[in-house]
Design a protein. Structure first.
Length: 322
């Protein structure tokens, strides 16, 4: 496993971050067996959210941490301020409520890294930064950032923090994949993939801000299940979201090239897709949603596969040859 460091978090942070969207039952599938397996492989960082698992996710993850006695070892990412219906919920009151509720569900004294799950650009950044700093000062969180926040909003928030001698956002969590997100899968999604988001990637590179990127496989697009001629056959909700967001000709051309490279190097297509993310000139921590330890091990193998700039350009259709 490879590790990095995040300001405010004293523990090392694994470059692969196991998502826990599917965790809502200690004894179910994947349950504790998945968490045990990826921890044994060196993954010490786990992504959770107040809304995952119908609200049961934090309680189950907290139970696992306590029963295994690994609180001082693992880095827990918590997320709050998720919309409910028409309410965007990115206000001091909603942030306060979600932090307190998450701590009760985890049965923790603190959350290592707290992300605002969404943004609401109608809300001024000042009160948001002040509220997060209050929780930081009280020791309820050790660091914070934004998930699905644009670089412009993060910059505005951090300028406010610097002007008022407060702690700024230390990381961001956008979508990032080899596949371009042609249509957003849900309202408020922020992606830095594709040619239209080159300026966003350049900003993160210049700022050297850590990125906790999600959906490197583009909602399953790089699983190989989706082809140009079977798109009408999917009826599962998440599959239909993938079709809507990613199943377009330019992405199929990227998939074709990923398949070619995978065959040349004896890898899988998902491994190539993850290697593309980890080879970008950015400070990337990749969130992965593995359902088994074996899937996680395959992702670990991709960490050691560094792609050169020419190959990156070729995969992303910026060049015709390598």
């Amino acid at each position: 496993m490879q590790y990095g460091s995040i300001p405010g978090i004293e523990k090392p942070v694994s470059r692969l971050v196991q998502g826990t969207l599917m965790i809502n039952d200690a004894n179910g599938t994947p349950g504790f067996a998945l968490l045990d397996g990826v921890l044994a492989m060196g993954c010490n960082t786990f992504d959770t959210a107040r809304v995952y698992g119908g609200g049961k996710n934090e309680g189950v993850v907290g139970q696992w941490v306590r029963e295994r006695g690994v609180r001082d070892q693992v880095v827990i990412i918590g997320k709050g301020a998720h919309p409910e219906g028409e309410q965007k919920r990115v206000t001091p009151a909603d942030i306060n409520a979600d932090v307190q509720t998450s701590l009760r569900e985890f049965k923790f004294d603190y959350i290592d890294f707290y992300l605002l799950h969404r943004d609401d650009e109608s809300q001024p950044v000042g009160p948001i930064i002040e509220t997060l700093n209050e929780h930081l000062k009280a020791g309820r969180i050790n660091a914070f950032g934004g998930s699905n926040w644009t670089p412009e909003r993060i910059q505005a928030a951090n300028e406010y923090a610097f002007a008022h001698n407060l702690t700024p956002f230390v990381a961001s969590s956008p979508n990032f994949s080899l596949a371009e997100q042609v249509k957003e899968p849900w309202p408020g999604c922020v992606s830095i993939s594709g040619p239209q988001n080159e300026a966003a990637r350049a900003w993160y590179q210049a700022e050297k801000m850590p990125l906790f990127t999600w959906s490197s496989l583009a909602g399953g697009f790089f699983s190989g299940r989706f082809t140009r001629d079977n798109l009408e056959s999917f009826d599962n909700y998440f599959d239909k979201v993938c079709v809507m967001s990613y199943c377009y000709e330019d992405n199929f051309r990227r998939l074709d090239r990923a398949r070619q490279l995978a065959e040349e190097r004896g890898l899988s297509i998902p491994q190539v897709a993850l290697a593309y993310i980890m080879s970008a000139p950015l400070e990337v921590y990749a969130l992965v949603g593995c359902n088994t330890p074996d899937e996680f091990r395959a992702n670990m193998d991709a960490l050691d596969m560094k792609l050169d700039a020419n190959t990156m350009d070729w995969l992303d259709l910026r060049a015709d040859t390598r």
